[in-house]
Design a binder for this molecule. Sequence first.
Ligand code: HEM
Length: 186
Amino acid sequence: MLAEKLKQNTLTNHQQLEKLLVGRMKAIRSKEDYINLLQLFYSYFGGLEQQIDQFMNADELPDYRQRRKSSALVNDITALGGVPAQKATGENLPAIQSIIQAYGAMYVIEGSTLGGKIISKMMAQQLGITDGKGLSFFSGYGADTETMWDTFKHMLNNQAYTPADETLLINTANQTFLKFKDWASR
Ligand code: HEM
C-alpha cells in the first residue's frame, strides 16, 4: 500500500525534522518564543496550502475543506497577540504541479497532526496553558485525529497509480520534509 511505502521512505526525513523541532520546542519558555514557532508553521504550511489548493478539491477528497488549514495557525497567533508572518514561496516550497504532487505534500501536512498531539501537550506544560488558548493548530482534529488520518490514508491508497506516480508522490513528500527543515534552519 502506498501509505506504508510513504511512511518507510520518508522516515529518515521525518526523524531529522522531528529532532530539529523538538530541540527548538524544548527551549520555548515564553509566549513570544511560541508565537515564533507558530509563525514558522504558518509561513511554510500556509505557502504549501496555496499550492495544494490549485489541485486538491472536494471532488478528489470529499472532506478536504474540513482538513487542517493554516487559518487555525492565524487564529492561534492572533489569540496570543502576534501577527502572522509572510508565507513561503517559490524555491522555498516543494514543486506542486499536479494532483499527485498535491497528495505527496498533503501526506506530510496531515501526518503532522499525529505529532501535533505531543507538541500541544509539551507547549501547554512549558507555558502553563490551561485553557487551550493558542493550541488549536497543534491539537489537530482532537479526538477525531486518528479517524481523519485513517480516512486520508484510505483515500490515498485507493487512487490508481502508475509506478512513476508513486515515485513522484514519494519524492514530493520527501521534498516537503526537506524544504521544511531548510525553512526552519534559516
Ligand atoms: C516535534 C515534532 C514531532 C513529533 C514529536 C512527531 C511525532 C510523530 C508521531 C509520534 C507520529 C505517529 C507515528 C505512528 O503512530 O506511527 C508521527 C507521524 C507523522 N508525522 Fe510527525 N512528529 C513531529 C513533527 C512532524 C512534522 C513537523 C511533520 C510534518 C511537517 C510530521 C509529519 C508526520 C507524518 C507524515 C507522520 C505519519 C507517518 C505515517 O505514515 O504513519 N511530523 N509523528
